[in-house]
Design a protein around this ligand. Structure first.
Ligand code: SF4
Length: 373
């Protein structure tokens, strides 16, 4: 974000031109400051914001409501970094998986998941976005976890996924996206500032203007960040990736549980609900003969009573090299019956796009991905 003149790396006195500011690396407030520091009127920041996040324009030359002089000046000072759609695959069920290339060559995936009405029209179009390149938490069932963490995404790189997919959605389904879930690659609350900033940009009426109620941020259970969401009054929905209902089983598949166990999670969830009065959602991947017994259902029912909540039981798409397997249909039925008997609000979510490896836990960049830490 610096615009100062700097000596070059050889350490001699030659002065290199100042690096250009990437306007997409700035928050809304920083963009306003960037404009006012250069003597520009406040509304210029709004115009730039709109071009970048509503119209997906990154070339100042195309920003036609800015004067020619201003466009030239901005080209000298700044760039609008953008991500590039490297490829796109469409599943038989209408799910579309996107591979995006970032400016430094790293890649992330995101998914557009349509839900259809009986007449075949799309009633809900959900984007599952990535928040990090890889992930450090190493959940045993997750392909992204096997990459390690390479880096965080910036707010602009997160919003870009949504803006670009919104355009595809309009073309493919005749309407823009309606919901966003931060459940792609990475642990969203491990990249807290960029995630909350990107969600705020997406809700801004000069961007996509989505209601915060339609944005869900998921976490494996980072308790400090859950508390922070509550303290800051962040208006987005919270989902907990639970996937096991006892410490013993959770320890086996989610390393985070050894430091932040279920009792820590309970405290954070209850604090969150007390402060925000919002319900939470528990995501529970059902694995065959691992977490699908009657005892698991009883424990899950108890957890669901920590605070008002609903439970999504997700049918896992098997991942190569992972021992855990998707639960069989008969076991799913018995598990759902057991939950309903205990008055749990539970829904089955069929993982989508399994023919294109777009399902929960399957996102990972395969071809020649470098290893993170
Ligand atoms: Fe990371 Fe989420 Fe995968 Fe766990 S499930 S390794 S937190 S991306």
């Amino acid at each position: 974000k610096t615009t100062e003149m700097q000596p070059n790396s050889a350490g001699n006195d030659d002065i290199l031109p100042a690096p250009k500011t990437n306007l997409k690396s700035l928050s809304r407030a920083e963009l306003s400051a960037f404009c006012t520091e250069r003597g520009l009127k406040r509304f210029r920041a709004d115009q730039l914001f709109q071009w970048m996040y509503q119209k997906d324009v990154s070339d100042f030359g195309e920003m036609t409501n800015l004067s020619k002089d201003l466009r030239a000046e901005l080209s000298e000072l700044a760039v609008v970094g953008t991500i590039e759609a490297a490829s796109q695959q469409r599943s038989a069920d209408g799910t579309i998986k996107f591979l995006f290339r970032l400016a430094d060559g790293h890649k992330v995936e995101a998914v557009l998941i349509p839900d259809f009405d009986e007449d075949g029209s799309a009633k809900r179009l959900t984007v599952c976005v990535s928040s990090q390149v890889g992930c450090v938490f190493g959940c045993s069932f997750c392909a992204t976890g096997k990459m390690g963490l390479l880096r965080n995404l910036s707010p602009g790189e997160i919003v870009d996924q949504v803006v670009k997919i919104n355009t595809v959605s309009e073309g493919a389904y005749g309407k823009g996206i309606t919901n966003i879930v931060y459940m792609g690659m990475g642990e969203p609350l491990h990249n807290y500032s960029a995630v909350t900033e990107s969600a705020a940009i997406i809700c801004d009426e000069k961007s996509l203007g989505l209601s915060p109620k339609r944005i869900t941020v998921s976490t494996v259970g980072l308790t400090k960040q859950i508390t922070r969401l509550a303290d800051e009054g962040q208006p987005f929905r919270l989902a907990i990736s639970l996937h096991a209902a006892s410490d013993e089983k959770r320890d086996k598949i989610m390393p985070i549980n050894s430091s932040l166990n279920l009792s820590a999670l309970k405290e954070a969830v209850q604090y969150y609900h007390q402060k925000t009065e919002m319900p939470v959602t528990y995501e529970y991947l059902l694995f065959d003969q691992f977490n699908d017994t009657a005892e698991d259902a009883r424990r899950l029912a108890r957890i669901s009573k920590w605070a008002p909540s609903k439970v999504n039981i997700i049918m896992y798409n098997n991942v190569a090299g992972v021992e855990l397997q998707r639960a069989r249909e008969g076991r799913l039925d018995a598990f759902m019956r057991a939950l309903r008997d205990q008055h749990v609000r539970a829904t089955v979510r069929r993982s989508r796009g399994d023919d294109i490896d777009a399902g929960c836990g399957q996102l990972a960049i395969r071809e020649g991905a470098p290893k993170g830490k």
